[in-house]
Design a protein around this ligand. Structure first.
Ligand SMILES: [Fe+2]
Ligand SMILES: [Fe+2]
Length: 372
């Protein structure tokens, strides 16, 4: 018997997961698919949906799909940290004679040598790869790893399409259910609504919506969208990217909290970034120092800016509602090289202010010098 193994947080299971499962049945001609939900969330910063809910959602899909089952080996092991070689060893014990295919994304493939005990993993299962980006030389890596590990069987299987759980979570948090049709399995969407999942930020969203003008709220949502969509580039969690983007302008439409001379800036339009960090902390209950720091410098940037800070700075300037000369080239540059793109956007902002003859903030000047 041929069995295909899929691991993941499945938070939640979405359209692209389902497409890959169906592709695996078709291409690998397997008799059985085992979904292996991760027991501990993979990123310690991310607050994953409770395990029981994630499994329940998988069950709703598995009930309707022939040959699909859920494997809870990872939970039964109750490990401090999840290691593929330990989980796969257990699964191999359960299925000693079966042909086991383990599907991984090409982003994991190119890091395979840094997995814990990669030689064990390579011996336990045949690895089939879903290509996540055209730039990933899947065939080349497979050949290299097949030569490197004894008994290894790595092969390209199919292409993956883009759909990220993060963007899905954003639409769920914002209750934009009309956008979720076709992207989440209907029974799973019903389950999410019934159990009020992905609503951890509901009170923040509601409050912000009632405080900001529609125009500024929409800009805030688009900024959060950009942050969440690109968070993976800097290894940021959904929650931190979402909160920073959503709340960055929370004080923009208020009167300044202090007299202008009491701000560390020479520009009145910059005061709202400092007030924003304060309001986010005191009124919206944000305690994460990195999120507050990103908000505090989102207009000016600053030297030695954190990855989250850079992400928010870029999001504010490049979100989908913005339109100005060269913006598409800047957006493209960021997707090709995040840090280089950040410097280009910073420099673009400085030249814009120069051309307009506007005096810019001391911090912007310091950031400009630091990054050039
Ligand atoms: Fe702002
Ligand atoms: Fe903004």
């Amino acid at each position: 018997m041929k069995i295909c193994l899929f691991g993941g947080a499945f938070d939640p299971l979405h359209k692209e997961h389902i497409r890959l499962i169906e592709r695996a049945k078709e291409v690998l001609k397997v008799d059985k698919v085992l979904l292996m939900p991760s027991y501990n969330p993979p990123h310690k910063n991310s607050l994953a949906t409770p395990y029981e809910h994630r499994v329940k959602m998988l069950e709703l899909y598995a009930q309707d799909s022939s040959g699909v089952f859920i494997d809870e080996t990872e939970k039964s092991l109750n490990l401090e940290k999840s290691y593929a070689y330990i989980v796969l060893e257990k699964i191999r014990e359960k299925y000693p004679k079966e042909e086991l295919y383990y599907v991984i994304g090409s982003d994991s493939l190119i890091k395979f040598e840094s997995w814990a005990k990669p030689e064990k993993v390579a011996k336990l299962v045949k690895i089939r790869v879903a290509r996540r980006a055209l730039s990933h030389d899947v065939e080349g890596y497979c050949a290299k790893l097949n030569a490197l590990y004894e008994g290894a069987d790595f092969q390209y299987a199919f292409d993956a399409e883009e759909e990220s759980s993060s963007e899905l979570k954003l639409d769920l948090e914002l209750k934009r259910y009309d956008r979720l049709e076709g992207r989440v399995y209907p029974k799973i969407l019903d389950y999410i609504k019934k159990n009020n999942l992905y609503s951890r930020h509901a009170s923040i969203i509601e409050r912000l919506k009632s405080e900001l003008s529609e125009r500024l709220f929409d800009h805030s949502v688009r900024t959060a969208e950009y942050c969440v969509k690109n968070a993976w580039m800097v290894g940021e969690s959904f929650d931190r990217a979402f909160l920073a983007g959503l709340l960055h302008d929370c004080a923009k439409e208020r009167a300044p909290l202090k007299a202008l001379q009491d701000y560390p800036t020479n520009s009145p339009s910059v005061a709202h970034q400092y007030d924003g960090a304060e309001v986010a902390f005191k009124e919206y209950g944000v305690t994460d120092k990195d999120v507050l720091d990103a908000i505090r410098y989102h207009t000016t940037a600053r030297p030695d800016f954190s990855p989250l800070g850079k992400l928010l700075y870029l999001a504010d300037k490049l979100e989908s509602g913005r339109s100005y000369d060269h913006i598409d080239a800047l957006r493209k540059e960021v997707t090709e090289d995040f840090n280089k793109g950040f410097v280009s956007v910073l420099n673009h902002g400085v030249s814009y202010l120069n051309a307009k003859g506007v005096e810019y903030d001391v911090l912007t000047l310091e950031a400009y010098k630091w990054y050039n």
